[in-house]
Every structure is written in structure tokens, then in C-alpha cells.
Design a protein around this ligand. Structure first.
Ligand SMILES: NC(=O)c1ccc[n+]([C@@H]2O[C@H](COP(=O)([O-])OP(=O)(O)OC[C@H]3O[C@@H](n4cnc5c(N)ncnc54)[C@H](OP(=O)(O)O)[C@@H]3O)[C@@H](O)[C@H]2O)c1
Length: 331
């Protein structure tokens, strides 16, 4: 059936500016790492993507290797773009990345100019696009000079194949350095994509938000729900079809007694606020205005809706923040 987006789609979503750039992103973005490969039906993928756009989610995050198999999330999203979203291309911010293993041999991984340029060309073919909005270097490469990676990103923007560039999984020090090089080259760093959640706070110890603020770059956190742990998904067992049952990236050992105790305590705090645990986790990760957006995953429309409703939740009080810290640090 032909898709007509909800005309009210911009009425309730919050948009935050990425650093000191001109680009705003929805406070919650949708990631296609899981649930959009060939092992999932295209009709559910379509429902989730349509509902996201209807709710004002303008930003969809991909990478060359998302699937399974690698590349299939881009191909499937390309199908949905062409069948549903093509007329709205100028309302969308589509990102992709290269940095992890994508093809055999010395040119299908890490951060060389050779890899980044050819990988983006392949991504564009799979997506059926002329350009992506944001192209990321997916992880730092300990061997390729930072200048080569940065100048490849700069050249990609100049070629018109990406509008902005980002980095992911870089520590503060490396982020500051590549931001400096990119600024000198004339292509400012738009955004950094680190992992971050109530249970994963490395960016706080690394002062990453301060570094990015200084560089004028935004921050978009991935896995703010700790791949589903910070939701009601595993509070009473492990459901069939859950990520623990279907993915190699999360396994049962993540649900040790200590973690379960923490999750239940956090769930109690969420309940007292009238929120789901997922909503509490998202409100928490968005509490610093320098956090431009959070990239969530969703295997159903219901999960997506529950997550986006977090944006209507009450502000976290100082006491609740202390309680959350106490839960994670003391328990
Ligand atoms: N740059 C990087 O290196 C990197 C790495 C990882 C991810 N990312 C990006 O970040 C995106 C999000 O990562 P993620 O999928 O790990 O994020 P996440 O939001 O932490 O986890 C998503 C999973 O949590 C469960 N879930 C979500 N909402 C729920 C709800 N309301 N109630 C119950 N369960 C819920 C679902 O699990 P079930 O499938 O079990 O239903 C869903 O697949 C990725 O798609 C990707 O774009 C980037």
C-alpha cells in the first residue's frame, strides 16, 4: 500500500543541534544494526521504519556491515527508501559507516583511504542513494595515520558522497586530534558516536562530552538500552526471539545476579516515575543537553513507540539521579 506519512510528524519530536553545526537530529534516532538483516521479514522492517518517520524520527543509522549478512541492512533499507521514503529524501538524515571487517584482503577493514572510499561507494549502491548525510569512521585504526583517515573523510565530503562526517568509538584524545585535523582540512567533525548507558559510562570517565563541546561536535550515543538489558525484556526470563537468543553480540552471561539485581532496582525507580525501564534509561542518557541524540534499536513498533514516549517523561530530579547512581555503583 502506498505510504503517506503522518502530517503531524514534526509536532511532538524534539530536535537537538549537533554541536555547533547547522544540523539538528531527533533526540531519538533509529539504528539498523539488528532487526533489519535478511533474517527478519521486510514487512516488520517497513512497519518500524514507517512508524519511526511518522513519529518524527528523521535519522536512520546504518553501517556497511549491518545485517546479517553484512550489507543486508543497507540493501533492505534501500528497498524501503525506494518503495516508501524516496519522496521524503530531503527530510531524512541517513548515515552509514566503515571501519570493521567488510570484505577479504587488506582493503576491506580499518581506516585507509582505499577502504573508506570504496566502502562508501558500495554502501551507496546498496542504499540506492547518491549521497549519505553522515559518513562515519566506525572505529579508530591503530595503524593508519589519523591524517590519512581524516583526509579521506574530507575528500568524501568534497566528492559530494557525504554531507557531513563523524567518528565512532574514538577515545577523547583521539577524537580531539582528528577533530583538529578535520577543522584544518575545512571539513569540521559533525558528531561522535560512542556507546553509553546507565550501565556503561566510559564517556564520563573520558570527559568525552567536554572534548566534543570544545571541538564544536555533537554526540550521538549507541545502545542506550544496553542492547535490551535496560528494558523489561529480561526482567522475568529470556524470551524467544530476543537478542540474547538470536544474536552473537549478546549472551546469557550478561544477566548475572548482580546485573539482574540492578535492573530490578532501576525498574522500581522507573515505576515510581510512571515510566518503563527503557524510558528511564533514555531520559537518563539524554539528561545532558550536549547529547544530541540516542540511537535505539527496536524489533517491534511497540518497542519503538515505548521508547519515543520517553521524550514526554518528567525531568529527572537530583534525588532520582543519585538513586540511579546508587543502584549501579553500590549494588
Ligand atoms: N558505532 C557503533 O560501533 C555501534 C555499535 C552498536 C550499535 N550502534 C548503533 O546503535 C543502534 C542501536 O543499538 P542497539 O540496538 O544495541 O540499541 P539498544 O536500544 O540499546 O537495544 C535495542 C534492543 O533492545 C530491545 N528493546 C528496545 N526497546 C525496547 C523496549 N521499549 N522494550 C523492550 N525491549 C526493547 C530490543 O531487543 P530485542 O531485539 O530483544 O527485542 C532491541 O533490539 C544500532 O542499530 C546502530 O545503529 C553503533
Amino acid at each position: 500500500m502506498t505510504y503517506t506519512p503522518d502530517s503531524a510528524r514534526y509536532d511532538s519530536m524534539t530536535y537537538r543541534r549537533a554541536g555547533r553545526s547547522g544540523l539538528k537530529l531527533p533526540a531519538i534516532s533509529l539504528g539498523l544494526w539488528h532487526n533489519f538483516g535478511d533474517t527478519r521479514g521486510l514487512s516488520t522492517q517497513r512497519e518500524i521504519v514507517r512508524r519511526a518517520f511518522d513519529l518524527g524520527v528523521t535519522h536512520f543509522d546504518l553501517a556497511n556491515n549491518y545485517g546479517p549478512p553484512p550489507g543486508s541492512a543497507e540493501s533492505n533499507f534501500g528497498r524501503l527508501l525506494s518503495s516508501d521514503l524516496a519522496p521524503y529524501r530531503d527530510e531524512l538524515v541517513i548515515s552509514t559507516k566503515a571501519g570493521y571487517t567488510m570484505w577479504d584482503g587488506p582493503y576491506g577493514d580499518w581506516g585507509s583511504r582505499k577502504y573508506l572510499v570504496s566502502s562508501l561507494d558500495q554502501s551507496l549502491t546498496r542504499l540506492g542513494l547518491d549521497y549519505v548525510d553522515i559518513f562515519y569512521h566506525h572505529r579508530p585504526d591503530p595503524e593508519t595515520p589519523l591524517f590519512e583517515t581524516a583526509s579521506a573523510l574530507d575528500a568524501i565530503v568534497r566528492s559530494g558522497k557525504a554531507l557531513y562526517v563523524g567518528i565512532s568509538n574514538y577515545k577523547s584524545e583521539q577524537a580531539a586530534e582528528i577533530a583538529r585535523i578535520l577543522r584544518e582540512l575545512g571539513t569540521p567533525l559533525l558528531i561522535h558516536q560512542p556507546s553509553y548507558s546507565i550501565l556503561n559510562r566510559w564517556i564520563e570517565h573520558d570527559h568525552l562530552l567536554d572534548t566534543l563541546e570544545e571541538a564544536g561536535a555533537g554526540c550521538i550515543a549507541f545502545s542506550p538500552l544496553q542492547q535490551g538489558l535496560l528494558t523489561d525484556r529480561y526482567l522475568t526470563g529470556i524470551p524467544d526471539g530476543s537478542r540474547i537468543r538470536t544474536s552473537v553480540f549478546l549472551n546469557e552471561s550478561a544477566l548475572d545476579n548482580k546485573t539482574m539485581e540492578r535492573l530490578h532496582a532501576l525498574n522500581d525507580i522507573a515505576k515510581r516515575r510512571g515510566q518503563s525501564l527503557a524510558q528511564l534509561a533514555l531520559s537518563w542518557a539524554l539528561r545532558d543537553p550536549r547529547m544530541t541524540s540516542l540511537i535505539i534499536g527496536a524489533s517491534s513498533v511497540g518497542q519503538l513507540e515505548n521508547n519515543i514516549a520517553a521524550l514526554n517523561g518528567p525531568e529527572l530530579t537530583a534525588e532520582e539521579l543519585d538513586d540511579i547512581d546508587g543502584t549501579v555503583i553500590e549494588l
